[in-house]
Design a protein around this ligand. Sequence first.
Ligand code: PLP
Length: 389
Amino acid sequence: MSKPFLFPSYIELDKKALQTNIQFLRGRTDKNLKISVVIKGNAYGHGISTFLPMAEECGMNHFSVFSADEAFDALNARTNPETRIMIMGMIRNEELEWAIENEIEFYLFENSRLDKAYAVAKKMGKKANVHLQLETGMNRTGFHREEWEPLFKKVNSLKEDITVAGICTHYAGAESMANHYRVQRQNEQFREAVRLAKKYFDKLPLFHTSSSAAYLTYPEMHYDMVRLGISVYGLWPSRETFMYALKKNRKHADDPLKRVLSWKSEIMSTKWVDEGEFIGYGNIFLASSRMRIATVPIGYSHGFGRNLTNAGYVLIHGERARVVGLVNMNMITVEITDMPKTAKGDEVVLIGAQEGQDITVASFSEMTNNLNYEVLTRIPQDFPRKIKG
Ligand SMILES: *Cc1c(COP(=O)(O)O)cnc(C)c1O
């Protein structure tokens, strides 16, 4: 049974923003590129089950997850049987049969996994759809250079049971110029793989290497497909990528990407506190004059970090209300002395817009010293997600 009670806060998704982002991203290339939308980390906190069908409605039909359990969620969420799901990371041998049965694509980066996938596919009489991940310099997972030729030869000979849907690699930080040479060297390695693959494959797979940062910075790395996460959600991989993209694309005076997610709650209670009193635990905040405060049911257990103590702010009626005192496990107190209209039940925005004011994910990340990726994925999985409008 689903819970009959409302959660203390919720996530709102903006479909128009998503459409805008997809349109902008498609416009970044002349090629007929395939876009795989990366939805690992519960769709960057947006919620796979709500986000995926919304993205399908915006024309997306390929999604990348990290692990088999996320692929399971994506499979349950999809509304179009043509929608493809790709596992870029963790899958166990015991999960291969399920993946093959449901035509889930998955990365291969070890020979033992290739042998296993082949055996399972053969037994099932159903083809496995795999992407060969190549080691080009990230040094995480992937087949090494000396393995490429024997690997290509081998999988091509197994084509009755194994379809190589893609050959891919991942760059070690295309969002920063500091990694420019490393990323360039990786791409040179990959170009060598493309050359070799042409020699060994009867039917060429899709080549793919780029996440958002590489896609927006290095057109020569687009190949046939790109795996886009953060930019689809309307955020930039880094300030550097943003500056670079703006410089190349002067017709956009302001940010062409629109944030899809908002995070909202409501006022739980209000009260007056006398001058000279401490607010909340310990002696973290002293009221230097008579103050009115509101409690908001959001705390560090919800991803609202303790480092926002005496430092963060939220929006109420389009005005900033600062956090006073410690961030608790499930609650914060904010000052509303100069907001006489404010009452219990009023909307509180933690991330998002309200009456012309805005708290961006970037400003939230700056407040908390976290990457925007981290802020988003820390939003609990069980918070309700609804589509705006
Ligand atoms: C997360 C991830 C992406 C997407 O990265 P963004 O910066 O969010 O676009 C692409 N490829 C792989 C392998 C990833 O793990």
